[in-house]
Ligand binder design. Structure first.
Ligand SMILES: [Zn+2]
Length: 292
């Protein structure tokens, strides 16, 4: 009964609650879920967002009470997340897995470039006004990601004799790559931060979907043949993948990245990274108190 879903969110109901803990304000997003039996609070690492899932007929008052009761829990969870690493002078970011410090060279010529200083430290230099540093770094990383991914995809496509229609580079939170039935591939630009074998694996993964549009044993066998580093890359993403999302994030973190809606075709490096991560980051369930 899809029409019922429309009734779940009351038109005047706020979409988020502000919870104050030790003087800090945390935003808790409200989400009604058809199958929810209780109020469940969780902190999603990649979006640094607190989400309170509530039953279809739960009340806003109860949701507020539940969120407020767990203000300290939210604060503690957020505190444990990796620190935001905004694109500004001095921030260290990995580029193809190698640490580079961002160096703002205000009056230098050029836009963004890499160099090595006298101590052998790798620098990612950016020229121009300070207000443009973050955007210039982001644009540069997206461009580099596209270049690496296009080259890797072309290599694997040739190997499997398939045609790739289009490659798009995005900032997806829920998956590292995807493949549509029309042959269009899309990837997260953040893969350029990971070591080369991880980006290569994702390229191979999506290209292999042009032959096997599924995750059957046949698909994994095919992928293993063209990408011997598959297991190593999957393990890397599993352990370190979430960390890539903190780069370019503003200091306050919260709300810096908007989660995207899931697409119909979900082909991620680790299928279901998002729920697994959410669980690992912990959630807190509170029994519905109504009628007790
Ligand atoms: Zn896949």
């Amino acid at each position: 009964m899809p029409s019922r879903a429309l009734l779940y969110r009351r038109p005047t109901e706020p979409q988020a609650i502000e919870v104050v803990c030790d003087g800090a304000v945390h935003l808790v997003r409200l989400r009604r879920h058809r199958q929810a039996r209780r109020y469940t609070l969780r902190v999603v690492a990649v979006t640094r967002e607190a989400v309170l899932t509530m039953p279809p007929r739960g009340s806003f008052r109860e949701a507020r009470e539940s969120a407020e009761r767990h203000g300290a829990w939210i604060a503690a969870r957020l505190d444990r997340l990796p620190r935001a690493a905004p694109f500004e002078h001095g921030t260290e970011i990995p580029l193809r897995g190698v640490v580079h410090a961002i160096a703002h060279r205000r009056s230098a010529r050029g836009v963004v470039w890499t160099e090595t200083d006298r101590d052998g430290r790798r620098l990612l230099c950016v020229a121009g006004h300070g207000a443009h540093v973050a955007r210039r770094i982001t644009d540069y990383l997206k461009r580099e990601a596209r270049r690496d991914l296009e080259a890797a995809v072309a290599r694997y496509a040739e190997r499997l004799s398939v045609n790739v229609r289009r490659i798009s580079i995005r900032d997806q939170v829920s998956r590292w790559g995807s493949c549509s039935t029309s042959g269009a591939l899309s990837f997260s630009w953040r893969l350029v931060l990971a070591p080369r074998f991880v980006l290569d694996y994702l390229a191979a993964h999506e290209v292999a979907h042009l032959i096997e549009m599924n995750h059957s044993a046949r698909f994994w066998r095919l992928l293993g043949r063209i990408c011997p580093d598959m297991e190593r890359a999957k393990a890397w993403l599993d352990v370190r993948g979430t960390d890539l999302h903190r780069y370019g994030m503003a200091h306050d973190g919260l709300g810096a990245i908007k989660p995207r809606r899931r697409a119909l075709l979900c082909h991620s490096a680790r299928e279901g990274v998002k729920p697994a991560r959410a669980r690992r980051n912990g959630s807190f369930s509170a029994a519905k108190t109504a009628g007790r």
